[in-house]
Design a protein around this ligand. Sequence first.
Ligand code: AGP
Length: 607
Amino acid sequence: MCGIVGYIGDKKATPILINGLKKLEYRGYDSAGVAIFNHDDLKVVKCKGRLAALEDKMRNETLEGVLGIGHTRWATHGEPNDVNSHPHISHSGKIAVVHNGIIENYMRLKDFLESKGYEFKSETDTEVVAHLVDYNYNGDLLQAVITSLNDLEGSYALGVICKDMPEQFVAARKDSPLIVGLGKGENFIASDIPAILEHTRDIYILEDKEIVVLTKDEVKVFDIYGVEVKKEIFRVNWDVTAAEKSGYEHFMMKEMMEEPKVLRDTINPRIKDGKILLDNIKITAEDLNKIDKIYIIGCGTAYHAGVVGKYTIEKLARIPVEIDIASEFRYREPMVNERNLVIIISQSGETLDTLVALKESKKRGARILSIVNVVGSSIARESHDVLYTWAGPEIAVASTKAYNTQLAAIYLVAFELAYKKGNLSEEAYFKAIEELKNIPSGVESVLANKEEIQKFAAQHYNAKSIFFIGRGLDYALSMEGSLKLKEISYVHSEAYAGGELKHGTIALIEEGTLVICPMTQDYLLDKMISNIKEVKARGAIVMAITQEKNKEVGKVADVVVSIPDIDSKIAPIVAVTPLQLFAYYMAIQKGCDVDKPRNLAKSVTVE
Ligand code: AGP
């Protein structure tokens, strides 16, 4: 959600900014722009649309400077158009600003600045930052930024350049991600690592309310009081190819094909001598006795992984689990306390609602365990314990491999809690671990048969509305299958618990309605078969996803996608892959932009 890149060095800034912004396209955006220090002047070029439109517009411009900031905007305040695009330039033409986040008190600041004679051109909250820094500027850009930040409420990652200062620029962050790339004779800022990875692997991860001054040879970080802060260099250990398509047409397909590998990376190092080892997380039986409730919190796909967590932890460890959507949790005055464990799930580790829910829980004394993919992200840094999913960079907006690894991490936690609590016998514990180790090859065999799902999608891509029904863990899977389909193919779909259909929704089933049924839970198989019969009786076409052994499913469903005979309790990690493939092929058939679906951002860093 919004992408920022900034550069200072000896090379031309424009191509570096544009290439960097291309690497951030996955975050979602609807307009783009750059501000370049060009022949003693600040030159701003920006427009609505994709980066290609910006490049077209730039063809008529001479942009030669070696200092610049670039931005891709995902509209919040004001429609996507040329004027609302970033960078915004101050009234005097002296200050240019790019911003990710939301300035919540911008109306008040706008009134104040207007009373001082500042004229506003855009509908954005960001424009106040440009004018405010201009208002506070007295020959010292760092000081002007610090003074301005003290007046800002909300979230921001900012890049600021000043016409008087061709040899430095300033950046800052609060509740929106921003990193600093440390080069030789050149330095960078960016919203995420892929934007600068071809130039450097050494980065600073900025903390909230840190401000950084960059020259081509030096980077200095300050706190909000202007006191210099010593930062540790974080060395990125994955390479550019991990964030490239590597011959695949789409990142989403590449990322699904990586699922077996990243599952091995997430599971295998956590199993030592047949037992689970949760990195440095020490949860003793004594700790567990003090925990009377677990909350699991996330958004979107991460929330759906949490639903699997609720069912599994309650069933195996016999600890009550509440599952919450982060944006609901934070405003419902949750009754979290020091006897609770809060499990936060997030791929990016930067989702604002999830981060705020975490802080809210921490304030109330709960122990925070996060399951996060991005190393060093805000959620990881705020948590007491972190269990990283080793899914590698996930670029496609639709989360796939991250979800499979989130489930793997949840199972590791659930088995460990159940064993420590004495609710899982040693024999059952060892067996569960062995089964988990076989999961990656199960996913491999699903991926090897992806063409059958492609064929099914080719026959049904014109469907107007699709239902996903399941029971137990398959209900959680249905929610994820439905979300995936909606977000990339724009086909309306709904997920229902199998038993809930007849309480209303079955009225919508008619001749030709497509119904997708994950059915991996042995103890609920007969119930699901009855549900299939109910919808078939009303004309539905049914695709079921189930273990090979469940031959009876073929007698009721129109199409059966088989997965290997995996134990019901962990089957969702494998059974989600056909649902992801289905969404992918539907989107391809419909000609949708699979990796960058409309209106969506990869990392949702605003409310
Ligand atoms: C997944 O396909 C979605 N794009 C979205 O629901 C996502 O899972 C959600 O925004 C949470 O993101 P996070 O895991 O980075 O916190």
